[in-house]
Structure formats: C-alpha cells, structure tokens
Write a protein that binds this ligand. Structure first.
Ligand SMILES: Nc1ncnc2c1ncn2[C@@H]1O[C@H](COP(=O)(O)OP(=O)(O)O)[C@@H](O)[C@H]1O
Ligand SMILES: [Mg+2]
Length: 350
C-alpha cells in the first residue's frame, strides 16, 4: 500500500491542490464553480483540456468543498481508461468490483465488460447521498468510454442513467478529448475548458522556495519552456534536477530534457522490433505501451513518428502516410491496438 510519506516524496502528489483555492490558474472556471457550489446548484460537468493542468484535482476539490468531512462517502471515482483498456484483468484485480463478478479470476468472468460497467454505474448512482442532496460520480479519462457500436455503447447507457438518477446524482467527466463524448452527454453538462498554464514561473519559484532549492532565473525559464503548460512536467523536472545538482541552472534542465523517457526507450524497442520483422515482439510492446504505460493510441503514434524522424530521417516520408492513415482511423474511433498493429505490419511489409 502507498503511505503518505511515499506520496510526499513525489512532489506532484505532495503539491496536488486539495481545495479550489489551491488550484493555480483557471480563475474564471474556479469562480464559477464556487458560485455553483454556494448556490447548491451544481450541474453535471465536463472538464476538458490537455493533461496535467488540474482537471482531476478540481473534481476532487469540488467534492471536498461540497461535502466537507463526508466527501469520501459522497464521491465515487471511476477511471474509464483503466476499466475499458485493461478490461477483465483490471476488473478482476479490483475488490470494488467483486460484488458484480463474484470471482477474482478474469477468465471466469461471465458478463461482458460493458454489462459490468452498466451494473457498476447503476449501483453507484443509486447509493443514497450522506448528509447531502446528491452525490458525485467522477468519471476520469472519459475519452475511453466506448460509444457508437451496438451492444458496446457505454455512453448511451450513461446518458439514460444520468436522466434516471438526476435528482440524487451528479456526474463529472474529465477528458483530454471533448469530441470523444457523444453530444447528448455533452449537452447535459456544463462544459469547462482548462487551457494550458503557460505562465508557471511564480509557481515553480514557490515550490523551489518551499524545498530550499537554489535555481537560477534561466533555470526557471528553461523549465517553463520545456513543460509547455504541463504543470506536473514542470514539477517533475524540478525534482529530478535536485538529484543532479545543488545549484540548478539552465544546463541542468537541458541535461534532463535530453534524457530519454521510459516511453521513448520502449518506442525505440518497438521500432527495432518492427524493422527486424519481429511481429510478436512488436505486438507485446504495443500492449505494454497501452496498458502498463497508459498511453493512448495517438500518443504512441506521435512518439513513433518522432522516433523514426530521429533514427531514419530520410525514411520518414515513406512511413508518414501509414502513420497518418492510422491516426485518421483512430480519430474515427476504431480499436487502438488493431490500428497500431496494422501500422506495424505495413511498415514491415514495405
Ligand atoms: N492547476 C494546477 N494547480 C496546481 N497544481 C497543478 C495544477 N494542475 C496540475 N497540477 C499538478 O499536476 C498534478 C496532476 O494534476 P491533475 O489534476 O491530475 O491534472 P489533469 O487531471 O488535468 O491531468 C497535480 O498533482 C499537481 O501537482
Ligand atoms: Mg486527470
């Protein structure tokens, strides 16, 4: 189990905002939310925008502000990406789903993932609020909620549940891609756009002060430049920098950003496997990237593109069509794994 001190050693968790007032930026949104909470008039919400800018933290802060001490009883957290991407394996591993499947062996689960989803959400929506008018179901990574295909449509089911339990239950969705939510859901919610936080210098300085770090003005500029609005990336870069140097300069930051991330290493392996025609290995790597690293199909495509550009710059033109085709098919909502495998096969056959 993770304990408080482990969490506090990772600064992005240590500095995760707990209240709406602690959220940096997004002033207009935060003010609106405070009004809605005060007037006890919170609608369903969609929080959308790029990753790591405070959407999840805001949803939790809303629950704390609304319910004070009983916030944990009145908030249900549900991660659509874990649930639908890892499917039965994830469901079997999580005790909270036990009552719905009655086994911890993924192979023995009889019901389909979508049927389990419907049963779980209905159950959550039906729980009576504790000392409150309504409870909150917070669906994170909502872009992973399947839609469109008959018999597999989580979103149509949700829409009906939202209507039925409207009096006692509010839904908050958080997503990096608004377009992945069906219009009937979007139109039932107040849609709030979280924009990248481009000016983070004050906040980086604040954390540096708290942690007694010696960092130059250029070092702070460099962090802000490389983070491109992603606060967690800025905080992580600062924390890594402290392990390299006691006085952090622009060069320290440059050294960190030129290091390869674990995802980039895996993508390199993927490219090697692909160009050596090792399909089985390549396929395993795709699974690792989707499931263990939690990347989306389009994130993998972007890294794949960048890695080819680095390794075989003169070949990029040849492969870019395949990458673009896969990207197009993904935006149409086809299965990520299949599109990625198709791309690898086309590269191999070439
Ligand atoms: N607006 C913000 N104010 C303060 N810290 C933030 C903000 N946005 C992100 N962070 C930092 O990044 C981490 C991840 O934020 P999170 O709320 O999970 O982002 P999102 O849901 O948009 O991906 C937080 O733990 C916090 O350290
Ligand atoms: Mg989030």
């Amino acid at each position: 189990m993770i304990n408080e001190s482990d969490l506090n050693s990772v600064w992005i968790e240590k500095y995760r905002p707990k209240t709406l007032d602690e959220i940096i930026g997004h002033k207009e949104i935060i003010n609106n939310l405070k009004h809605l909470i005060k007037s006890n008039n919170l609608p369903h919400l969609v929080l959308y925008g790029p990753k790591n800018i405070g959407k999840t933290s805001t949803a939790f802060a809303i629950a704390r502000e609304l319910y004070r001490d009983s916030w944990e009883s009145n908030l249900t957290y549900f991660n659509a990406s874990d649930f639908f991407k890892a499917g039965k394996k994830y469901i079997a591993e999580n005790k909270q789903f036990m009552p719905f499947i009655k086994t911890d062996d993924p192979k023995k689960i009889q019901k389909s993932v979508i049927d389990i989803f419907k049963a779980v959400i209905k159950e959550y929506a039906g729980i009576a609020p504790l000392n409150a008018d309504y409870r909150i179901i917070f669906i994170d990574s909502a872009e992973s909620l399947p839609y469109g295909k008959q018999g597999q449509d989580a979103q149509q089911a949700l829409r009906r549940i939202m209507e039925k339990y409207n009096r006692t239950c509010r839904f908050i969705f958080s997503t990096t891609q608004l377009s992945k939510l069906i219009p009937p859901i979007r139109s039932r919610c107040l849609n709030l756009f979280f924009s990248p936080l481009l000016d983070q210098k004050k906040y980086i300085k604040y954390i540096a002060d708290k942690e007694n770090i010696n960092i130059t003005e250029e070092g702070i500029d460099a962090i802000q430049y490389y983070a491109k609005g992603d606060i967690a990336k800025a905080i992580n870069t600062l924390q890594i920098a402290t392990t390299l140097e006691s006085k952090i300069s622009e060069e320290t930051i440059f050294e960190i950003v030129s290091m390869e991330s674990p995802e980039e290493k895996k993508i390199k392996e993927l490219i090697n496997a692909t160009f050596n025609n090792k399909f089985i290995d390549a396929r395993k790597l795709i699974d690792t990237l989707l499931q263990n690293y939690g990347l989306s199909g389009s994130e993998i495509l972007k890294l794949f593109h960048d890695a080819i550009l680095k390794k075989y710059p003169d070949q990029l033109a040849k492969y870019i069509k395949y990458i673009a085709d896969a990207d197009y098919n993904l935006t149409k909502g086809s299965k990520e794994r299949i599109q990625l495998e198709h791309l690898l096969l086309r590269c191999m056959l070439d």
